[in-house]
Structure formats: structure tokens, C-alpha cells
Design a protein around this ligand. Structure first.
Ligand code: AMP
Length: 429
């Protein structure tokens, strides 16, 4: 076995698969643009305290999920980003974006890093695309973000996805609820699993999120956040649901849905796919008005966003057979050299074709003509251009359509124009 192997929890994406990524990314970019979201790219690492403060010191990500390092022994610790939201908000605050315009709609596609135990659907390096709407978190803004996410899924042809939605109320609502949960779980302290015992003190809402089957019955009997919401919080939620209904977006209200991060408020949502195993969440998001203040801003900034895991999305698409139609990128023309003495001449022609925007392939390993033809077919080139002594001497070249086997003889200039036209048509397809 090779000594150098990829790290567990990371994976290589080879060209055949990259075309799928490009396809999904293109759909994401197109829809983000439709909804007025513009792309942002933030650094892959930040100071650790951005995530510690941003995510809330009591949640799991800080405890065990971050890859942190300290390049300079006296310096601040740094961390590979485990989420995007904190970085995007940091960037917005640092640039004072909201002084330029009251609302900013941003989207991203990027890699994240979490030190979780790798398993199916859970990697240590993975990719998310997502959107962050900063400066507004009205029901209209929340619905806009959810609609964008669902429309991307729809455009990709995904089926059997389930959108679950809940409201977490505001800080007051949650404080009252938190106390209610602590009083409910306290008498069962001995029966709680270790993770839940820890959460009881720090973040009892997360006990509801427990995947442990032994905890399900206890969790089912817990007080419902819904009963602790004030009227205005409920109205907000109902407005969001109304918008979704108007847009034919099916949802299930799930009062047990809580997002792990402390800065979330009001609407929270998650999308799961029946095609995935235990790790069935494909995306999720919610409102996070309090994040800006956690990051040192003098006031809250209304904000709402979502994030979707690309790898899980691609797994789901694969299982649903949604990739059949993606065309393989193949060269338009393969230059077949009949004698090696003409290789330099052929290379010069390939260069001219490429300069003119025609994707061209040429053998770089001095292989036989037969091997070159095999290669042209393997690559699914549309045409073969033959370069032999006669062609070189007369300046007219045989161009063969590899699909129909039709062959025409043209000067190089004619070849170039003919292929340029084909290229333009290929781009339109
Ligand atoms: P989160 O930021 O935890 O809300 O995750 C949002 C989405 O990212 C999830 O629904 C998953 O699709 C994806 N995701 C989260 N963690 C991982 C991971 N370790 N490996 C692969 N995908 C992940």
C-alpha cells in the first residue's frame, strides 16, 4: 500500500466528478444572482476567538470540532474555519458594509474543517454553499433565504427532501424556556447520557437535538418552546410560514428542531434527505441577529442565512440519478501526427487553434498514429486533424468528423474558421 494516503475524512475529487461540482456550483451561482445575492470569499482561517465567540463557547464545535494552531508561540491562536457565518459577519463588520447600504445579500461556496470523527457523510474537510442576508431578518427576508435554498434544490431536480422548520423565539422567550427545560430534566439527571448532562447546565436546548435513542422518550415529554413564545414571536413565525405556503414550499413544523449555535433566534430550519443515512441533514439555517453583537458590534444586526453541505447534496443527486445529462468536456479537435518529424509543426498548429479559442489536443508522448487515434476516441474529440508530409507540403489538411467518419480537405485557415464556428456552437449548447 502507498505510504502517502489522503488523511481520513478528506477526499480527492477527480475530473470526472469535478464536472458535477461545476454543474451544481453553476446552478447555485445562477439562482443566487436571481435573488440578488453576490458572492463573497473569506479566508480559510481566522483567529480562534472569532469562532469561539461567534459560535458560543458552550456549543460542541468549540469543544471538539475545531482545527486550531498557533503559528507563533506568543501569538493568537488561529483556526481553520468550521463554519462560514462568523467569517462573513466579521468581514462585513470590518469593512463596515452596512454603512454603505442597509441590506447586503451575500453567498459563498467554500471549504470547512471540523475535527469530527469521520464517517459516512461526515468529513473533516467538506464544502458548503450558503447565503447570508445581513441588515434584514423580517419574515420576508427569512422567506427569501429559504426560497432561494429550496429553488436551488428544485432546479437540481432533487426529490424527497424534507424541510423542517421551527421558531426559537427571541432571547427572553428562550431564557424562560431554558429554565423550564432545566427544571424538567433535573429530576432525571441520573438517566441522562454524558453529553446531555453536560448540556443540561450549559445549553439544555441541545439535549432536544440528541440522537441517542435512549434519550428519545425523555425528550418527547419535555416542555415545548412553542408554549413559551410571546405573541409577537408567534406572529413572525406564522408570517414566514404564510410566505412559504404561497410559494408552494412544503414544510413540517418541528418543535424539536434547535440549531446548535447560541446566536440563533426566531426561525430555524433544516432540510433532510431520505437518501442519506444517519447523517441525513443536507442543509439548514436560520436567523442570527445576535451574532454581530457577539462579535463586538455595538448593536444586533438583523441577519438570516442558510448553509448546504455540497458533498451530501452530491451524494443525494447521485442516488437519485440526476447526473446523467451532464456532458463530458472533450476537446473539439485532436491533431494526429503521422510522422514524428512533423510534431513541432503540429504543435505550432495546435497553438494557433488554441489562440483562436478552439480546444485542441495533441500527443505529447511520441506515440504511434494508431495510439493517437485511440486517444482521440477515448477523449471523445469531435474531429481529428491529420498532419502528414503531404499536408505539410501542400498546406491542405484532412479533417475527419469522428462521429460520422466524414472527411473534408481544407487549408489550415479554413480548418481554423470551421472549428471556430463549431466552438461557438458548442458554447451555446
Ligand atoms: P451546519 O453548519 O452544521 O449547520 O451544517 C450545514 C450542512 O453542512 C449540513 O446539513 C451538512 O449537509 C453539511 N455538513 C456539516 N458537517 C459536515 C461534515 N462534517 N461533513 C460533511 N458535511 C457536513
Amino acid at each position: 500500500m502507498l505510504y502517502y494516503q489522503s488523511v481520513k475524512g478528506t477526499r480527492d475529487i477527480f475530473p470526472e466528478e469535478v464536472v458535477r461540482w461545476h454543474y451544481v456550483e453553476e446552478v447555485v451561482r445562477r439562482h443566487a444572482f436571481l435573488y440578488g445575492f453576490r458572492e463573497i470569499r473569506v479566508p480559510v482561517f481566522e483567529y480562534t476567538d472569532l469562532f469561539q465567540r461567534g459560535i458560543g463557547a458552550t456549543t460542541d464545535i468549540v469543544g471538539k470540532e475545531m482545527f486550531s494552531f498557533q503559528p507563533d508561540p506568543q501569538g493568537r491562536s488561529m483556526t481553520l474555519r468550521p463554519e462560514m457565518t462568523a467569517g462573513v459577519m466579521r468581514a462585513a463588520l470590518q469593512k463596515n458594509l452596512l454603512s454603505l447600504a442597509p441590506v447586503h445579500k451575500l453567498f459563498y461556496i467554500g471549504e470547512l474543517f471540523r475535527k469530527e470523527r469521520p464517517q459516512a457523510g461526515r468529513q473533516r474537510q467538506f464544502t458548503q454553499f450558503g447565503a447570508e442576508l445581513l441588515g434584514a431578518s423580517s419574515p420576508a427576508a427569512v422567506a427569501e433565504v429559504i426560497t432561494l435554498m429550496m429553488q436551488v434544490f428544485e432546479a437540481l431536480g432533487l426529490k424527497n427532501l424534507k424541510l423542517r422548520i421551527n421558531t426559537l423565539g427571541d432571547t427572553d422567550d428562550r431564557l424562560r424556556y431554558r429554565e423550564a427545560l432545566q427544571s424538567y430534566f433535573a429530576p432525571f439527571h441520573a438517566t441522562l447520557d454524558e453529553a446531555s448532562k453536560e448540556r443540561l447546565e450549559k445549553n439544555p436546548l441541545r439535549i432536544l437535538d440528541s440522537k441517542n435513542p435512549a434519550m428519545q422518550e425523555l425528550v418527547a415529554g419535555a416542555p415545548k418552546l412553542y408554549d413559551y413564545l410571546k405573541a409577537s414571536s408567534l406572529q413572525e413565525f406564522e408570517k414566514v410560514l404564510l410566505y412559504l405556503g404561497e410559494r408552494n414550499i412544503a414544510y413540517d413544523i418541528d418543535h424539536r428542531l434547535v440549531r446548535g449555535l447560541d446566536y440563533y433566534c426566531h426561525t430555524a430550519f433544516e432540510v433532510t434527505s431520505a437518501e442519506l443515512g444517519a447523517q441525513d441533514a443536507i442543509g439548514g439555517g436560520g436567523r442570527y441577529d445576535a451574532l454581530a453583537r457577539e462579535l463586538g458590534n455595538s448593536a444586533d444586526i438583523p441577519a438570516v442565512g442558510f448553509a448546504v453541505g455540497m458533498e451530501r447534496l452530491l451524494i443525494t443527486m447521485e442516488k437519485q440519478g440526476l447526473f446523467g445529462a451532464i456532458p463530458v468536456k472533450s476537446p473539439l479537435v485532436y491533431l494526429v501526427v503521422q510522422q514524428q518529424e512533423l510534431a513541432d509543426h503540429a504543435m505550432q498548429l495546435a497553438w494557433q487553434l488554441r489562440q483562436a479559442g478552439v480546444s485542441s489536443e495533441i500527443d505529447l508522448a511520441a506515440r504511434s498514429m494508431k495510439a493517437q487515434m485511440r486517444e482521440a476516441n477515448r477523449m471523445q474529440a469531435s474531429f481529428a486533424l491529420f498532419i502528414g508530409a503531404t499536408e505539410y507540403a501542400t498546406g491542405s489538411y484532412a479533417l475527419k468528423n469522428l462521429a460520422t467518419s466524414e472527411q473534408i480537405t481544407l487549408t489550415f485557415d479554413e480548418v481554423l474558421h470551421f472549428l471556430q464556428e463549431h466552438s461557438a456552437r458548442q458554447l451555446l449548447d
